[in-house]
Design a binder for this molecule. Structure first.
Ligand SMILES: [Zn+2]
Ligand SMILES: [Zn+2]
Length: 341
């Protein structure tokens, strides 16, 4: 089959011919790739930023946001048929460790992450296991939803976590209406009866946020914390969900919290410094968020099938992978780029 392989860091990946993946264990599933999301993480992998963390042996096939059709199943796989449209949870998990048994797939003791530390989906076929496979509603095309497997799942996980604690009459602030944030806004509108305030530096992004269901939008111009306080009778918000996590968003975001409020960190890159006396005296919480579970992905696909979460995609045939990566690096992609084998 054809696959886009990285042979050395800081060099361009190449489209090459490699052997098709084979079933190696009874729960393995081979998927014919219908779409592979092109993600900023792929750029970081090529630059070598993940070299120490992943320890992957080069050359290997990148692509960690994958959807397609079942091609072949191992002898122990039930409930999947050849040709079924599917999206793949990004991790291949064991199902036996304590985290897996409590449904917390992301913290599996022995997971693999195709596209990060094993062969991924910039290819015609991909090997995963049955635990990662989520069946798609027949109205959903794999290439249209592939990028929800990572960015969308991360946004869903954080918003659903916050929504479980929010009551009608509460307020949540969502910081950042970009790639993750615009999915988070749609998920929030679907899951919560709380009021939603969206903060972003771009007035175009805020216009999109209002279209997607934000009740109020606030331009991040330095006075955004005061604006949120004005909108909440001086109290602040019960939840702040931060899709940015750097560049001043953190300081402003923490200043938007109500007493006993919770700050959900999704975007990353910055550092958070908060006096401990402020944490105890206002009893505020800080909550990390990493990708999402299998059931998070199942629930997100329900919203996608109901057309309540929509992702704008720019599709590229697989042989134009270099253009897709260049366009992403240059900020020329609207929504998410997807490679189609
Ligand atoms: Zn990604
Ligand atoms: Zn496990």
């Amino acid at each position: 089959m054809k696959a886009v392989r990285l042979a050395a860091y800081d060099t361009k990946p190449e489209l090459v011919e490699v052997p098709d993946p084979k079933i190696e264990s009874p729960l393995d599933v081979i998927v014919r790739v219908g779409g592979a999301g092109v993600c900023r993480t792929d750029l970081h992998i090529i630059e070598g930023q993940w070299e120490a963390k992943s320890g992957v042996a080069l050359p290997y096939t990148i692509g960690h946001e994958n959807a397609g059709w079942v091609q072949e199943v191992g002898s122990a796989v039930t409930g999947l048929r050849v040709g079924d449209p599917v999206i793949l949870h990004p991790l291949v998990t064991c199902g036996l460790c304590r985290a897996c048994r409590s449904g917390d797939d992301v913290h599996c003791d022995t997971s693999r992450f195709p596209g990060i530390d094993a062969d991924g989906g910039y290819a015609e076929y991909l090997r995963t296991n049955a635990r990662a496979v989520v069946g798609l509603d027949p109205t959903l095309a794999p290439a249209d939803v592939a990028a929800l497997a990572d960015a969308g799942l991360t946004a869903y996980h954080a918003v659903a976590k916050a929504a479980r604690h929010l009551r009608p009459g509460d307020t949540a602030v969502l910081i950042g209406a970009g790639g993750l944030g615009h999915i988070g806004i749609q998920v929030f509108a679907a899951l919560s009866a709380a009021r939603m305030i969206v903060v972003d530096r771009s007035s175009d992004a805020l216009a999109l946020a209002a279209d997607l269901g934000a009740h109020h939008t606030v331009l991040a111009d330095g006075d955004e914390a005061a604006a949120v306080r004005d909108l909440t009778a001086g109290n602040g918000a019960e939840a702040v969900i931060d899709f940015v996590g750097e560049g001043g968003a953190l300081e402003a975001g923490v200043a938007m919290l109500r007493r006993a409020g919770s700050y959900y960190v999704v975007g990353y890159g910055g550092a958070l410094t908060v006096p401990t006396i402020d944490i105890i005296s206002a009893e505020i919480n800080f909550v990390g968020n990493l990708v999402g579970s299998y059931t998070d992905l199942v629930e997100l696909m329900v919203l996608a099938a109901q057309d309540r979460v929509r992702l704008h995609t720019a599709k590229y045939p697989m042989h134009e992978f270099a253009t897709a990566l260049d366009d992403l690096a240059a900020g020329r992609v609207r929504g998410r780029a997807v490679l189609v084998p």
